[in-house]
Design a protein around this ligand. Sequence first.
Ligand SMILES: C[S@@+](CC[C@H](N)C(=O)[O-])C[C@H]1O[C@@H](n2cnc3c(N)ncnc32)[C@H](O)[C@@H]1O
Ligand SMILES: O=[N+]([O-])c1ccc2c(c1)CN[C@@H](CO)C2
Length: 261
Amino acid sequence: MAACYHGFDPAAYLQYNYTAPRADFKRQDSIVPWKLGCLHRAFTEGDVSGELLVDIGSGPTLYQVLSGCEVFNRVILTDFLEVNRQELRRWLRDEGDCGLDWTPYLQHVCKLEGRQPSVWTEKAARLRAVVSDILPVDVHHPQPLAPGALSSVGADCLVSCFCLESVSPDLAAFTRALGHIQGLLRPGGHLLLIGALGESYYFGGPGVKIPVVPLNEAEVCASLKETGFTLIRLEVYTLPQDMRVGVDDVSGVFFVKAKKE
Ligand SMILES: C[S@@+](CC[C@H](N)C(=O)[O-])C[C@H]1O[C@@H](n2cnc3c(N)ncnc32)[C@H](O)[C@@H]1O
Ligand SMILES: O=[N+]([O-])c1ccc2c(c1)CN[C@@H](CO)C2
C-alpha cells in the first residue's frame, strides 16, 4: 500500500475534497459542515476530557482538531508522508503558501461554539499553541508511533479521519490497523473515527488512484467490537449526487464515537 501513496499531492487532495461543493458552508447538506458538526458535538458533550489528543493520519488537513483543540492542552498530528507533515508545519508556523485557506473552517467552528466568527484568529492561535508534535505514523505497525512518542499511559483521545480504510487492502487489515491504534489509547479513552462507506478508490492527485477497502456500517461496528471498543454513537451521511465529483466512488461517510473498554 505504501507504493500507492507515491505521488500523493496534498494541494490536489485538498482541492478535491475541501473546497465546494464538498466544503460549502452555505449548504446544509455539504459533507464538511456535517463532519465539523459531528466532531463539535462529540468533543463538547461532556464525556471527553484529558490532556492529550492524537490525530492519526492527519494528511494535509486540520479540520479534524478544530473543536478538540479547545478541550485538550496538547495535540499531536501524525501522517505517513513527509509532504503532508510539511503542509501541516507550514500552516502551524504561519509561513503562508498553504494548500488551503482554513479561515472559513475556523469561522464555522467558532459559530458552532456560539462565538463570533471574527474570533477565528483566537482559535487559530489556540491550535498553534496546543499542537506539540507532527509525527510519522504507520497504522500497519503494531506500534504505529515511534517508541516514546506517547507516555506509557497513552492518549486520552484519538481522532482519525479517512485513514484506516484508505491504507488497508482488505477488511482484516483495516481491523488490525484499528487494533494497533487502539493500543495508543488509555483505557476509558475515546476514539472519534470518520471514514468512507462503499468506497473502492480515490484520487490522491492527478492520476494517483489509491485503492480503498469498501466498508459498510456493520463491518465498521464489528471491527470496533473486535478491537475492544464500545460504540457510543454511529452517524451516517449519504452523498447527494452533486457531491460525487469524480475524485472517488464514496457513497457515504460514517462518524463513530467509541470508548476503549
Ligand atoms: C485519505 S487521506 C486522509 C487525510 C485526512 N485525515 C482527511 O481527513 O482528509 C489518508 C492519509 O493516510 C496516510 N497514510 C498512508 N499510509 C499510511 C499508513 N500506513 N499509516 C498511517 N497513515 C497512512 C496518507 O499519507 C494520507 O494522509
Ligand atoms: O467529502 N469529504 O469531506 C471527503 C473528505 C475526504 C475524503 C473523502 C471525502 C472520500 N475519500 C476519502 C479517501 O478515502 C477522502
